[in-house]
Design a binder for this molecule. Structure first.
Ligand SMILES: [Zn+2]
Length: 478
């Protein structure tokens, strides 16, 4: 039986998070604004208006290109991509064609089996967005707010081999975009839009068969579903010896089906030519170096460093580098703490993330600074508080906006490890519960846990659990 493999490439449109649009001073982010409220003669292409490039958009494009290991070009050009569509008032889109901002590039994606998939970049350039057509029964409404919003279009080579790999690529890309601060990458708001090119071939073959393009999918889960559906459809067609046409397909989330939108355009259909109203983009060595000083250590490099420097397992390092501010928080905590970094990692993953989720906060919003978390961990190590008090302190510090050491002092939370005090409380509890004491002596070991609970309750959870356990065992033997 023939087995098939999928050959997938992704086209992404990334909305850069600049304040203003790419060629005019209109506000770039129109989310929630009324239609056509952020427009001007330039972004709606009125006769006589002239575009002025927004440096911030170019710089963010360069940062992204560098993060994708692409080669920044010293000179690149804007071109007009001509097509007629109601939501494109100029009749052309200013884009880049043959001499774009960057060349080459790749992103390495760690796969679940521990191997790495290198996804090469075919094309990376900056361009302006078009407007939006809103379909209402019997009419079409046009919103030009999005005209002129800065985008990076980035197209991968067909290097992905399954819907799951495509999903992993997108989530790594989203992580990277947020990490380097060039886009909010919110797919629901259209900051990161993905089209998938899908073809199949007999496993082991090298040829590329005709591909289809899936458009209009706005979540990672739906892209995975749509690609899987298209792979299955193509396998069926191929088995029945039908020709696979280069269609553009629309994914319907509700019915989980693909439908044909149109035949795919080719580049020749767009009659590209140089944009006569804009000078080339020049990025000399000095300018490039200056821009790249703000490029941080990237997520996968940081993950690898966390594993090596702090001896953390893959799982921990992956979670701690899921966002840049979380990874900064971990690193500051580990530095202030000075104890076992794995302990700091456990507290972040098991307790701090829960607190952040519960309150909808980012690490940098917390009153509980890395220094305070480190103080809590040190107090536990010193034996001055027990673990359960430590956990309570996380919320107390946040609620009371006070340093943990002050709270411990004010509320008398210090651990009771004085053996005479613990002995006397244990004696009391045993005397009050003779029948449970008998059960223990008759061999019901589990009752010890119940006694532990009673003693902890009496001490307000402050007793050193190990000392309590030892004292109870000893006293119950008598
Ligand atoms: Zn404008």
């Amino acid at each position: 039986m023939t087995s098939y493999e999928a050959v997938i490439g992704l086209e992404t449109h990334i909305q850069l998070n600049t304040k203003s649009k790419i060629f005019c001073s209109c506000k770039a982010d129109s989310w929630g604004d009324p239609p056509n409220s952020n427009i001007c003669p330039i972004c709606t292409g009125q006769p006589g208006s002239l575009p002025t490039p927004n440096n911030a958009a170019i710089e963010k494009g360069i940062l992204l290109a560098a993060a994708m290991n692409a080669e920044i070009q010293p000179i690149s050009y804007f071109d007009r991509k001509n097509y007629f569509y109601p939501d494109l008032p100029k009749g052309y889109q200013i884009s880049q064609y043959d001499l774009a901002l960057a060349k080459g590039g790749y992103m390495d994606i760690p796969l679940q089996d521990g191997s790495t998939r290198r996804v090469r970049i075919q094309k990376l350039h900056i361009e302006e967005d078009a407007g939006k057509t809103i379909h209402k029964p019997g009419r079409r409404l046009l919103d030009f707010n999005r005209c002129g919003v800065p985008l990076v279009e980035m197209v991968t080579k067909p290097d992905l081999r399954s819907a799951d790999e495509a999903a992993l690529y997108i989530s790594r890309l989203r992580q990277l975009l947020r990490w380097i601060g060039v886009s909010y990458a919110d797919m629901e708001k259209g900051h990161l839009r993905i089209d998938a090119n899908v073809s199949i071939r007999e496993a082991g073959n090298q040829e590329l068969n005709p591909k289809t393009e899936i458009k209009n999918v706005n979540s990672i889960e739906h892209i995975r579903d749509a690609i899987n559906a298209e792979i299955q459809r193509q396998i069926k067609e191929m088995k029945e010896e039908h020709v696979i046409h280069s269609w553009t397909l629309d994914w319907n989330e509700d019915t989980q089906t693909l439908s044909k939108m149109r035949s795919k355009e080719t580049e020749a259909d767009y009659r590209y030519f140089r944009e006569p109203d804009l000078l080339p983009i020049q990025v000399d060595k000095e300018r490039k170096e200056e821009i790249l000083t703000s490029l941080p250590e990237l997520p996968l490099a940081r993950k690898k460093r966390f594993q090596e420097k702090y001896d953390l397992p893959n799982y921990d390092a992956d979670i701690l580098t899921s966002g840049r501010s979380l990874s900064d928080y971990f690193e500051s905590t580990a530095a202030s703490y000075g104890g076992d970094p794995k302990q700091a990692s456990n507290w972040l993953i098991n307790h701090l993330l829960g607190l952040l989720n519960e309150r909808g906060l980012s690490p940098e919003d917390l009153y509980l600074t890395p220094q305070y978390l480190a103080d809590i961990l040190s107090m536990i190590d010193e034996g001055s508080i027990n673990t359960s008090t430590g956990k309570q302190l996380l919320t107390k510090v946040e609620d009371q906006q006070k340093p943990p050491r002050d709270i411990v002092e004010e509320e008398g939370l210090a651990q009771v490890s004085d053996s005479a005090a613990i002995q006397s409380i244990c004696k009391e509890v045993i005397a009050e519960n003779p029948s449970q004491a008998d059960e223990y002596r008759e061999g019901k070991g589990a009752v010890l846990g119940w006694f532990m609970g009673q003693v902890m309750q009496k001490t307000g959870g402050k007793a050193d659990p190990q000392a309590v356990r030892a004292a109870l065992r000893e006293l119950l033997q008598e």
